[in-house]
Write a protein that binds this ligand. Structure first.
Ligand SMILES: [Zn+2]
Length: 377
């Protein structure tokens, strides 16, 4: 049996004569508006149990989707099951709306804000409703609301990470504004975490900000990691990096590392805590920090303003992948970026079987507070 294709106006006319219209799109698509009077039953549900949703196989039935393709396919599937009076709306809801026919928002307790805000994620089958829910349930610890933490936290909040715990004991300085995009001119002198909370809540009020105006030390690192799924190191200084590394190995939390210097940056994922002996930690590369006198005084080193943006967003990308279980994490690889040459280079990192912290069977030796010699970038 050939399926009839109707224009939206024709379908509307039939509908007014009492013919039933079913919108076969997914619930998250219907929240942006559906043809007035239509019943929302997504295609999979309808095809799985058509007798339940449309018991009379000889009663005329109109189907509509977004563009007219899925409704046609659904009609084909129903015809094969013995339905005899099917029609599909050509051009779907898009055409229906374009022709100015009436639409309504679906009833029920569908969270319109959630579905609108994350619609571009929900359209990705790799994320979808389940993935977006996972992000909403996640808590990420962002160390530093500076050059790396700013772009990273900005996009993580936009993407829908449910809770961002941000730790930074610094205040906003005018020299920060060249790259630390969470802050603003009128917040100079305010705590960075307060400024960050203002910006992030303005962007996405659904994201909960846990502002911690503290420097990371051995005394508070366990507390900071409590209930955290992933740690993003945006502090870019040695004492914090080693402390976070050791704590993340101890607690089995992946650490997304980033660093910038002048025109170059690098990023990696250290996930030794969840895979001892299989993935490296930061100490597998550099067992101990350099002596303070050998390290540059970071507050005096320049950095190209966009560079932390590039590196911070690579870190945020890895955080999202880890939370969603997507793709291949940058674990066991160090990605280096050279802005002047516009080149990426990748170095393989192997776990060190003698690593003082993450080697298999190694017992935790306690935290070490190294002397601070490099302020947050
Ligand atoms: Zn290690």
């Amino acid at each position: 049996m050939a399926i009839q294709e109707l224009t939206p106006a024709q379908a509307r006319q039939r509908q007014q004569q009492g013919v039933r219209l079913i919108d076969v799109r997914e619930a998250h698509e219907r929240v942006t508006g559906m043809a007035e009077g239509a019943d929302g039953i997504d295609r999979a549900t309808l095809e799985a149990a058509p007798q339940r949703h449309a018991p009379d196989r000889d009663a005329p039935l109109l189907l509509i989707c977004q563009t007219g393709r899925r409704s046609m396919q659904t009609a084909d599937a129903l015809a094969a099951l013995g339905y005899t009076a099917l029609a599909s709306v050509a051009g779907g809801t898009s055409a229906w709306q374009a022709e100015g026919l009436p639409t309504v928002l679906p009833d029920g307790d569908i969270d319109l804000d959630f579905h609108e805000r994350y619609s571009r994620h929900l359209k990705l089958p790799e994320i979808g409703l389940a993935g977006q829910q996972r992000l909403a349930d996640a808590r990420v610890l962002v160390i530093g609301a500076g050059g790396l933490g700013s772009p990273a936290a900005y996009y993580l909040a936009a993407a829908g990470v449910g809770t961002l715990r941000i730790a930074d004991d610094d205040v906003v300085d005018r020299s920060n504004l060249q790259r630390q995009i969470l802050h603003a001119e009128d917040r100079i002198g305010l705590p960075k975490v307060a400024s960050a909370a203002t910006t992030l809540t303005g962007l996405n009020p659904r994201t909960r900000i846990e502002a911690v105006a503290e420097r990371v030390t051995s005394a508070n690192v366990d507390r900071l990691l409590e209930g955290v799924d992933v740690v993003l190191d945006g502090a870019d200084n040695f004492p914090v990096r080693y402390l976070l590394n050791d704590a993340c190995v101890l607690h089995g939390v992946p650490l997304v590392y980033g660093a910038v210097h002048r025109f170059e940056g690098q990023v990696s994922v250290f996930d030794a805590g969840r895979a001892r002996g299989q993935r490296p930690c930061y100490r597998c590369l550099f067992p101990e920090p350099p002596p303070p006198e050998a390290a540059p005084n970071c507050s005096e080193v320049g950095v190209l303003g966009v560079l932390p943006g590039v590196i911070g967003l690579l870190q945020a990308t890895e955080v999202l992948k880890l939370l969603l279980g997507l793709g291949e994490p940058l674990s066991g690889r160090l990605l280096q970026f050279d802005a002047l040459r516009m080149q990426f280079r990748q170095i393989r990192l192997a776990p060190d079987p003698e690593c003082p912290v993450c080697a298999e069977g190694r017992t935790f030796r306690g935290y070490i507070d190294y002397a601070a010699f490099c302020a947050a970038g």
